[in-house]
Write a protein that binds this ligand. Structure first.
Ligand code: KIV
Length: 268
């Protein structure tokens, strides 16, 4: 038997209790080594369907599959021990009916071992959220700019820009909380509207392109570490990994071409 204190993973209760106490630090993770590096610093790791664009080179998130989410979810669970892990339900996996959503969410939870799933708001979402929560599946709802609705919206549109949209977003937030969501991601929403949502609902809001007054913040890790030249306005760059990687690769290529690699002490 080990005498080491067991490392405890954060629970949805820990996340809910953070509201009004401390800000939630959240980032996306898709692989075990990145999850390992983020784990000490984050309350929540999201296996976002942004994986389709970030790692698989897809133009948007609509072609991401349940199998992709499960594969990346498993890797993030293997790499982390402390953060709460939430896996995104991909486009088409929860909209058909609450029952279909339940079967797919159950697969995600059972096969990855994650603590919760996230789904994007649509008019049928409150019923599905209620169905899932009643059957033991914790849900994070995603409102505001919803990347999976890109084609319906005709692009990525900032939410809450006028009075009608403000009311709509407040209503979405109210509905998903009443249905049982334990946290709400508020993406691409006018600052004042995101603040009003955060002040109004009882569960934590996690902002992305929203407001400093959200209860937590999330960014796509690869965006904030500088893996891409072009990122949305709301991304702050905390590192320049693309340049570091390209510099390293250039040096390696140069060494190989000049027969400077491997050296004697790097061979058997
Ligand atoms: O897929 C994703 O990465 C998201 C964001 C909230 C970061 O949903």
């Amino acid at each position: 038997m080990s005498h080491q204190a067991a490392i405890r993973r954060k629970t949805i209760k820990d996340i809910m209790k953070a509201k009004g106490t401390h800000k939630l630090v959240c980032l996306t993770a898709y692989t075990a080594p990145i999850a390992q590096m983020l784990d000490d610093h984050c309350d929540l790791l999201l296996v976002g369907d942004s994986v389709g664009m970030v790692l698989h080179g897809l133009p948007d998130t609509t072609a991401v599959t349940l199998d992709m989410m499960i594969m990346h979810g498993k890797a993030v669970m293997r790499g982390s021990q402390k953060a709460l892990v939430v896996v995104d339900m991909p486009f088409g996996s929860y909209e058909e009916s609450p029952q279909a959503g339940y079967r797919n969410a159950l697969r995600v939870m059972q096969e990855t071992g994650c603590q919760a799933i996230k789904l994007e708001y649509n008019s049928a979402a409150p019923e599905t959220i209620r169905f899932l929560v009643d059957r033991g599946i914790p849900v994070v709802a995603h409102i505001g700019l919803r990347p999976q609705y890109l084609h319906v919206e005709g692009g990525y549109k900032v939410a809450g820009k006028n009075e009608e949209s403000r009311k709509e977003q407040l209503e979405c937030a109210k509905q998903v909380v009443e249905a049982g969501a334990f946290a709400v991601v508020v993406e691409g929403t006018k600052d004042a509207v995101a603040r009003e949502i955060s002040d109004t609902i009882a569960v934590p809001t996690i902002g992305i392109g929203a407001s400093v007054d959200c209860d937590g913040q999330i960014l796509v890790t690869d965006d904030m570490l500088g893996m891409f030249e072009k990122t949305p306005k709301f991304v702050r760059r905390y590192a320049d990994l693309k340049t570091h990687i390209e510099d390293g690769v250039k040096k390696f290529a140069d060494d190989v071409r000049r027969e400077q690699f491997p050296a004697e002490d790097e061979t058997y």
